[in-house]
Design a protein around this ligand. Structure first.
Ligand code: NAP
Length: 276
């Protein structure tokens, strides 16, 4: 029987545990975790994501500080704001919403976030620590996927995992997380030759391409674990799920699979940062 990896339910269930943790912090230490979100510019999709993150904080009893900076913000101005939040002892986690306007050096700004507050897993140091198997907050989407695989007790060790996409927030950390769990990992990208053949040999396939239904169902072998990280306005992901879901051992639906786990992981990691 095919398992539907229901990220929406898993996230909801986790929120109940997180509420208890926040309550405990409030009772024992007299404060609740605070997530600082930074939104630069007026991109409507980014504004929606930041709002959703703020709402998720509220649902578990946490607070969020919303920093909104104008489209014309310079790298130096953003760095100053990050430095201020780094030294604010009340702030447990900092989220800089990607993407920032083009005049800003995004990598420099991400890396200015104190690694102890890097609850979105975007710093090079955090990525390095995670890759080395040291303590680190994982990039939220791949970390959320790992949590789903664990929740549904899906075996990773010894499996051939094919990750399509190598972005710093998704494909690359995903590959390292699967490698750390002893999968044999192939990373594919826009210059990969023979993509279909790589995918045909995958026991675990992760679609993180950013093109609607790019990965065809008939490229995916029977009995694979199918993870679709993509999300598009037409309510589909990066994999043509209809043609492979039933043949898979387990798959993430779109919507309601990977998406809800991303914000849930951000909240979970902010609470962990507060507890530590
Ligand atoms: P991205 O930064 O645009 O990266 C896309 C990756 O796909 C790149 O590595 C690119 O290769 C590769 N690619 C593009 N065309 C390809 C092709 N024809 N064949 C093979 N590989 C190809 O995107 P992203 O930020 O990683 O996001 C990927 C998807 O995940 C999107 O659908 C996005 O909406 C979704 N997403 C979802 C969440 C969530 O919370 N659910 C969070 C983040 C992203 P190159 O490196 O060679 O250019």
């Amino acid at each position: 029987m095919t398992i539907i990896m229901d990220g929406k339910s898993v996230a909801k269930e986790t929120e109940e545990t997180l509420k208890l943790k926040v309550n405990k912090l409030k009772e024992e230490r007299g404060f609740v975790p605070i997530l600082a979100t930074i939104l630069v510019g007026e991109d409507p999709a980014s504004a929606t994501y930041v709002r959703m993150k703020g709402n998720a904080c509220e649902r578990v009893g946490m607070k969020s500080i919303k920093v909104e900076l104008p489209e014309t913000t310079t790298t130096e101005e953003l760095l100053d704001k990050i430095t201020e939040l780094n030294s604010n002892n009340e702030v447990s986690g900092i989220l800089l919403q990607h993407p920032v306007p083009p005049q800003i050096d995004e990598r420099k700004c991400f890396d200015a976030i104190d690694v102890k507050k890097d609850v979105d897993g975007v710093t090079c140091l955090g990525f390095g620590n995670m890759s080395m198997g040291e303590k680190a907050y994982g990039s939220c989407t791949p970390q959320g996927i790992m949590r789903l695989l664990e929740y549904y007790q899906l075996e990773i060790e010894g499996k051939h995992a094919v990750v399509v996409g190598r972005s710093p927030i998704l494909g690359k950390p995903m590959a390292m997380m699967l490698l750390n769990k002893n999968a044999t990992v192939t990373i594919c990208h826009s210059r990969t030759k023979g993509l279909e053949n790589h995918i045909r040999s995958a026991d675990i396939i992760v679609g993180a391409v950013g093109i609607p239904k790019f990965i065809q169902g008939d490229w995916i072998k029977d009995g694979a674990i199918v993870i679709d990280a993509g999300y598009h306005p037409e309510q589909c992901g990066d994999i043509d799920l209809e043609s492979c879901a039933e043949r898979s051992v387990a798959y993430t639906p779109v919507p309601g699979g990977v998406g809800p786990m991303t914000i849930n992981t951000l909240i979970l990691q902010t609470i962990e940062a507060c507890e530590s």
